[in-house]
Design a protein. Structure first.
Length: 319
């Protein structure tokens, strides 16, 4: 197989992380899917569900530069991207890089910082560069932002606008562990098992794997299936009356591109050299959920974005 070495190493890294983040294999696989797609991830969930730990361990598993930024209301864009500093001895300005110039950046509680800071981060994500004054600076070739936010506590926060949410490849919801997993977490804590993972991957390994994703085959019928899924978010009444009046706005073509890329990455992680409908269905909720806007009727009826995406997956015919 073309991807044997990279596939083995990345799956070993996933296994090692899952030994420390119990019951969250889906979260870890989704983070690696984003990494392989050159995309960024937004993790949502209640406090204490290992969102930050999972992001740190992913970074630790790679020989790379990592920085965690705690977003707060007093954070400035220059705290993130850097600024020009006047060097008195030389009589000129010199650019001092901010923490965004790393391979993996963890933006903890991204909705705690004002819009200016969020915009600076999201511009970096999209362009892979920052502009300070009249100068533009390129970011690292291997670059990923993992942002977290707590959807429960909204007081004093700055919610991300829909246009900025669209920049994230995935919005990953982290749920509570099962009773069995929680007991295992308790036992691990009592044994003082280290939460550090060995750096099993190099930046070159990840960059090589990113190129291999493009070689995964996807049939024309599955491309049409993906287009139908996205079209169903815009014209739901064409697929089922059950979805009628549930959506105000659907997903953009960026979602279509993201579905193809992420389905290929998911297939690659499963050891396949082709995309199957199952690969598309498993990643679709995390890609579509933050790109749709429910109608007032849906919100009043208590129908969530997840419910709407589930209905779309149920009613769009699988090839």
């Amino acid at each position: 197989m073309l991807f044997e070495k990279e596939h083995e190493q990345i799956n070993l890294a996933i296994t090692q992380i899952c030994k420390r983040v119990i019951g969250q294999r889906q979260l870890i696989e989704n983070l690696f899917t984003c990494l392989l797609c050159k995309g960024h991830a937004l993790i949502e969930g209640a406090p204490g569900l290992a969102k930050t730990t999972a992001a740190k361990l992913l970074a630790n598993s790679i020989h790379s530069k990592f920085h965690r930024i705690q977003f707060t209301p007093d954070l400035l864009p220059s705290d993130l991207i850097g600024s020009d500093i006047f060097i008195h001895q030389e009589g000129k300005f010199s650019f001092r890089q901010g923490p965004i110039f790393q391979n993996i950046v963890l933006a903890d509680e991204i909705n705690r910082a004002p819009a200016k800071v969020q915009s600076a981060l999201l511009e970096s994500m999209e362009e892979k560069q920052v502009t300070v004054g009249n100068s533009t600076y390129k970011l690292e070739e291997l670059f990923m932002v993992i942002a977290t936010q707590n959807p429960i506590e909204q007081e004093g926060t700055y919610p991300l606008p829909e246009a900025q949410l669209d920049r994230f490849l995935m919005q990953i919801w982290v749920d509570y562990p099962s009773s069995k997993d929680e007991l295992e977490i308790l036992n691990l804590h009592e044994k003082n098992v280290t939460t550090i993972v060995p750096a099993l991957l190099t930046s070159d390994t990840v960059l090589s794997a990113q190129k291999l994703i493009d070689k995964i085959y996807i049939d024309e019928s599955l491309k049409e299936y993906i287009v139908s899924l996205v079209q169903a978010t815009r014209h739901p009444e064409q697929y089922t009356d059950e979805l009628k009046d549930l959506l105000r706005f659907g997903a953009s073509p960026r979602a279509t591109l993201a579905l193809v890329k992420a389905a290929k990455a998911n297939a690659w992680l499963q050891g396949q050299d082709y995309v199957s409908p199952a690969n598309i269905q498993v990643i679709a909720p995390n890609i579509l959920r933050h790109r749709i806007i429910p109608s007032f009727e849906a919100e009043a009826s208590g129908i969530s974005k997840q419910d709407i995406v589930s209905k779309i997956l149920t009613h769009v015919a699988i090839p």
